[in-house]
Design a protein around this ligand. Structure first.
Ligand code: SAM
Length: 241
């Protein structure tokens, strides 16, 4: 069966990119199937209201729980993970993407305004796993763009979606380190040269250079990603060398 993605949002058109490019092709080939649902179809008043003032006062509006419950009861198969994007969530990582790609599908609940009444996520945990996740330490206006990010990260890990399996396995974050820089022709371009080792044909030397550059980049840009227990002697020698 295809990997099933359901998204509930008040801006269904925002999710149009899910039908394009890599994902559009994956859908055509039956690898993924995608449903986008307008939350307002589960309202019952003439104004199709989805928000209300926050209890306890304060600025902004909060998404009401009732339409969300009806929406999730309609679109979420029992046991399927519910993903709720929120800047107050745990950080979304490549490891999570890899884990979620093993599951039969995912349901996403896109918040707007100040977010969704907390009881929706609490209640939804009775029907399956719920992940409240953030895509980074900044605040977006809504969950839709976060869903585009996460769906792309997860679905490109599904078997057959990306042509060359290796390109997925060697990506940044796949092994915990940043990927080394890459180069293509011409070897000399506007006064900038490709590192000579890459033209040497010496594959052992190329592998050592790649590992060293990957370590160096990670040490400079993302020291938090280096192993807490320290580098192996071989990696330490590459980084220092
Ligand atoms: N009041 C919320 C807070 O401070 O935690 C911010 C709500 S934000 C303006 C509106 C919606 O955008 C959220 O419900 C969530 O769906 C989405 N959003 C904003 N920033 C996000 C982030 N870094 N990661 C994932 N979703 C985010």
């Amino acid at each position: 069966a295809p990997f099933r993605v359901d998204v509930v949002t008040i801006f269904p058109e925002y999710l149009a990119p899910l039908r394009q490019s890599l994902l559009g092709k994956a859908a055509e080939r039956g690898l993924v199937s995608i449903g986008v649902h307008d939350l307002r179809q589960w309202t019952d008043d003439v104004h199709r209201t989805v928000d209300d003032a926050p209890y306890g006062g304060g600025p902004g509006m909060v998404m009401k729980p009732e339409p969300w419950a009806l929406a999730l009861e309609a679109v979420r198969p029992s046991g399927t993970r519910l993903v709720v994007p929120t800047p107050a969530g745990r950080p979304f990582t490549q490891a999570m993407a890899a884990e979620w790609a093993q599951e039969p599908g995912l349901v996403f609940a896109c918040g707007r305004y100040e977010g969704i009444d907390q009881r929706v996520a609490d209640w939804a945990a009775d029907a399956g796993p719920v992940s409240e996740v953030s895509i980074g330490d900044y605040v977006l206006a809504g969950g839709e763009s976060a869903v585009l990010v996460m769906v792309e990260a997860v679905t490109r890990l599904l078997p057959g979606v990306v042509g060359n399996r290796e390109s997925v396995e060697f990506d940044s974050h796949a092994d915990g380190l940043l990927e080394e820089p890459s180069y293509t022709r011409p070897a000399s371009w506007r006064g900038h040269e490709v590192p000579p080792v890459l033209l040497s044909g010496d594959h052992a030397a190329i592998d050592r250079w790649r590992r060293a550059e990957s370590l160096r980049r990670t040490a400079v840009r993302r020291p938090d990603l280096l192993p807490a227990e320290g580098l192996s002697d071989a990696d330490r020698a590459l980084l220092d060398g």
